[in-house]
Design a protein around this ligand. Structure first.
Ligand code: NAD
Length: 473
């Protein structure tokens, strides 16, 4: 049985003349026929969001917070359904959807609801005049999201936008349309008014193009790749629509000789999670020369034990790649790396035993300095290993890409940890840990990994028009 997925516009399910087929990466079987939106559906959705905006913006903070908590309740009631749907749609592990991702989706709504109630008004005096600083709702927000963590990344934007008093048009990735559609039902059950939350399904250029060029859109928040971000920035430029961009990375994991070797190996193995389809993954292992052999031997033994298979099984460690086109992209990087002289110490091709979309966890050594495999984001289970001989060299290698999303370092020396992290160009730096996230922290990337920060009150700064009102005595 396949689902029929339509848009969600102004509180109604709306179809399109054409549809496209959504295929599961687990077995490449069709799971849904999805409405293929375009400029007409974008216009309808932006108009619905603009109509709903004035009343939603006037709703009290307490009422908006109450509704967002009701949405979180709805998500929690449906964790199993959401987990199953997301796993069939993007092939990520059911166990992490059940225990990590979907609870975090609910937390996204609760966090920004509570944060809204604490968001102050700042007041101060200038020569007897009162300055009153307020966070005013901005209007219609266009939210565009990728397929690797569909509902988690969408709600990371939806929750603060709705909390801020904005209305939303969401464009989910075409490879993962399902959970956004179910979220619309959850919004209705929670009592969120019609038009406050809208979803337009479809392909990037066909929906994202008109949405990002729309003159009535007041904010664009995008998570995805660098090339798409550049297209969006160009589309937004004529209207000077403010942008928040959360993009790709080529993050380093620096392992110093004084590190706990067990921990360092654990951290490296974690980088294969979600079959390498994680923006924050530290795909460049930089290891201090004296421990490189011991580290590599232990890492290879552990990588060989990674259980690859059906993500619906609780015992599976990593599932498939999202789509055949993505496998071809990943494999292209691997083939070109080999041709350029890099050695695959393990993996190095699709997993023929599983057929279809499963790619073997791969580790490269001996890649030439400046080569593509060391500088471009692969977004698959492919890591590289390089060695360094000094802290200075390690920092230079870590900072040697056009990205700056995240960095991880393993060291037993707290002073070194402080010295090195202060010099790394990265939005998030983890010391002797990985993927510990607190929604109060700023999140985003430096250099071409992004523009702006979301999280905590930084989200409200982006989704609001900050205003200062000066009143004479
Ligand atoms: P992508 O850029 O191909 O697509 C992302 C979204 O943009 C999709 O919804 C797509 O339909 C849409 N899109 C495509 N063309 C468009 C256009 N012309 N105008 C408007 N929208 C358009 O990225 P992807 O392959 O879906 O996701 C993988 C990328 O996302 C990787 O680079 C990864 O690092 C990045 N990512 C970043 C973060 C982060 O928080 N920094 C998180 C997850 C993923």
């Amino acid at each position: 049985m396949t689902f029929e997925v339509r848009h969600w516009i102004g509180g109604e399910r709306v179809g399109s003349a054409e549809t496209f087929t959504d295929v599961s990466p687990i077995d490449e079987q069709p799971i849904a026929e999805v409405a293929r939106g375009g400029a007409a559906e974008v216009d309808l959705a932006v108009a619905a969001a603009a109509r709903a905006f004035p009343a939603w913006a006037r709703t009290s903070r307490e009422e908006r917070a109450r509704l967002l908590h009701a949405v979180a309740d709805g998500v929690e009631k449906r964790i199993e359904e959401l987990a199953q749907l997301e796993t069939s749609d993007n092939g990520a592990l059911i166990r992490s959807h059940r225990r990590g991702v979907m609870p975090r989706v609910a937390h996204n709504f609760r966090f920004f609801a509570d944060r809204l109630l604490r968001l102050g008004h700042e007041d101060f005096e200038t020569r007897g005049h009162r300055n009153h600083v307020s966070w005013d709702p901005a209007g219609v927000c266009a939210l565009i999201t990728p397929w690797n963590a569909p509902l988690m990344l969408a709600t990371w934007k939806i929750a603060p936008a709705l909390a801020a008093g904005d209305t939303v048009v969401l464009k989910p990735a075409e490879w993962t349309p399902l959970t956004a559609s179910l979220l619309a039902d959850i919004m209705v059950e929670a009592g969120v008014p019609d038009g406050v939350f809208n979803v337009v399904q479809g392909y990037g250029a066909e929906v994202g193009g008109p949405l990002t060029a729309h003159p009535d859109v007041r904010r664009i928040s995008f998570t995805g790749s660098v090339p798409t971000a550049k297209t969006i920035a160009a589309a937004a430029a004529p209207n000077l629509t403010p942008l928040s961009l959360e993009l790709g990375g080529k993050s380093p994991l620096l392992i110093f000789a004084d590190a706990d070797l067990d921990l360092a190996v654990d951290l490296a193995v974690e980088q294969y999670d979600n079959a390498g389809q994680v923006c924050l993954a530290a795909t460049r292992l930089l290891v201090e020369s004296p421990i490189a052999d011991a580290f590599t031997e232990r890492l290879l033994a552990r990588v060989a034990e990674i259980r690859q298979g059906d993500p619906r099984e609780e015992s599976t460690d990593i599932g498939p790649q999202i789509h055949r086109r993505h496998v071809e992209r990943v494999d292209g990087f691997v083939r070109r790396a080999k041709e350029a002289g890099a050695r695959a110490l393990i993996g190095g091709g699709p997993n023929e035993d599983l057929g279809g979309l499963y790619y073997r966890p791969t580790l490269f050594a001996g890649a030439a300095e400046g080569s593509e495999i060391l500088t471009e984001e692969v977004f698959g289970p492919v890591l590289t290993l390089q060695t360094f001989d000094s802290e200075e060299q390690a920092v230079a290698m870590a900072n040697g890409t056009r990205y700056g999303l995240a960095a991880t370092l393993a060291t037993g020396d707290p002073e070194r940890a402080e010295r090195v992290s202060a010099r790394l160009v990265s939005g998030t730096t983890w010391v002797n840990c990985f993927f510990v996230r607190d929604l109060r922290a700023p999140f985003g990337g430096s250099r071409q990994s992004g523009m702006g920060r979301e999280g905590g009150d930084w989200s409200f700064d982006f989704y609001c028009d900050l205003k200062n009102t000066v009143t004479a005595p």
